[in-house]
Design a protein around this ligand. Structure first.
Ligand code: G1P
Length: 295
């Protein structure tokens, strides 16, 4: 049995330039799908997987994130006075237990690997999860929970994986596969961050959910600038394979939305809207009205 995973790192230091001007004053992670911020989806998924310690790697201008997870006594009081119990429950559900969240700053934008490395002292010597809130995954069983269950059996390091079209591989970390999937688990013999078109070892892309051994943090001490001149998490994980430690891809069951792109964000909005009983009929009627006009 592998050690239990109770800590997760959420790298949220990015500038979110693709969503300017909105992200001039609102952190990208606070942008909402229907009525819940992106970060809330990630937190809910982490909680479902048994995570109890949440580590945010932030940067200047992300104060709204800290406020979001704080209790809001004035608002709570107002809802209580008005008897708006359901809304009050929704609000209370976002509160985090004191001490469950830690915020640490990434002082320089040196890449995802560097962001994770910034949290090294808070992780110590135990396995940990990494969740990229841009990747929102709709699934019957939340993706990280699927991975935690698989990880309990096989240990090592595990990354979420998804097949993408060959022309899209250059936007992702890509797996070099040693053995095809068995029970959704792929044995990995190499990983490349954003391989140039035509050079990808497979079309199995890394999606933003990871369960990593603390060795990866040590590897990050040594990792040099990689793709895009950044310190890449992919390189630190690939280094595990070079040191004869296991890396697995987990082909999760679910639909992933790339909410780091406007198109993915809009698709997620429609999809999550359709899931909501109070919105479904209206939204469906509108989409039906729209469909014939789309060609
Ligand atoms: C990051 C990772 C990449 C991964 C992707 C998934 O890239 O570096 O390996 O495939 O997330 O969303 P980013 O999209 O932040 O450039």
């Amino acid at each position: 049995m592998s050690q239990k995973v109770t800590k997760a790192i959420f790298p949220v230091a990015g500038l979110g330039t693709r969503f300017l001007p909105a992200t001039k004053s609102v952190p990208k992670e606070i942008m909402t799908l229907v009525d819940r911020p992106l970060i809330q989806y990630a937190i809910d998924e982490a909680r479902a997987a048994g995570i109890t310690e949440f580590i945010f790697v932030t940067s200047r201008g992300k104060g709204a994130l800290e406020d979001y997870f704080d209790s809001a006594p004035v608002l709570e009081e107002a809802l209580r006075d008005k008897g708006k119990d359901k809304l009050l429950d929704t609000l209370l559900d976002t509160n985090m237990e004191s001490g469950a969240i830690a915020y640490i700053r990434q002082h320089k934008a040196l890449g995802l690997g560097h962001a994770i490395w910034c949290a090294r002292r808070l992780i110590g010597d135990e396995p940990f999860a990494v969740m990229l809130p841009d990747d929102v995954i709709a699934a019957q069983k939340p993706c990280l929970q699927q991975m935690v269950e698989a990880y309990a059996e096989c240990g090592g390091n595990m990354v979420a994986a998804m097949e993408v079209a060959p022309e899209q591989t250059s936007s992702y970390g890509v797996l070099d596969v040693a053995r095809p999937a068995q029970n959704r688990i792929v044995d990995v013999k190499g990983m490349v961050e954003k391989p140039p078109a035509g050079t990808a070892p497979s079309n199995l892309a890394v999606i933003g959910r990871y369960i990593l051994s603390p060795n990866v943090l040590k590897n990050l001490d040594e990792v040099k600038q990689g793709t895009g001149g950044e310190i890449q998490l992919t390189d630190a994980i690939a280094s595990e394979i070079e040191q004869d430690r296991k890396v697995y891809g987990y082909q999760f069951d679910g639909r992933r939305f790339d909410c780091g792109s406007k198109s993915g964000f809009l698709q997620a909005t429609v999809s999550f809207g359709l899931e909501r009983a109070e919105l479904r009929d209206d939204l469906k009627a509108y989409l039906k009205e729209l469909a014939p006009t789309l060609d």
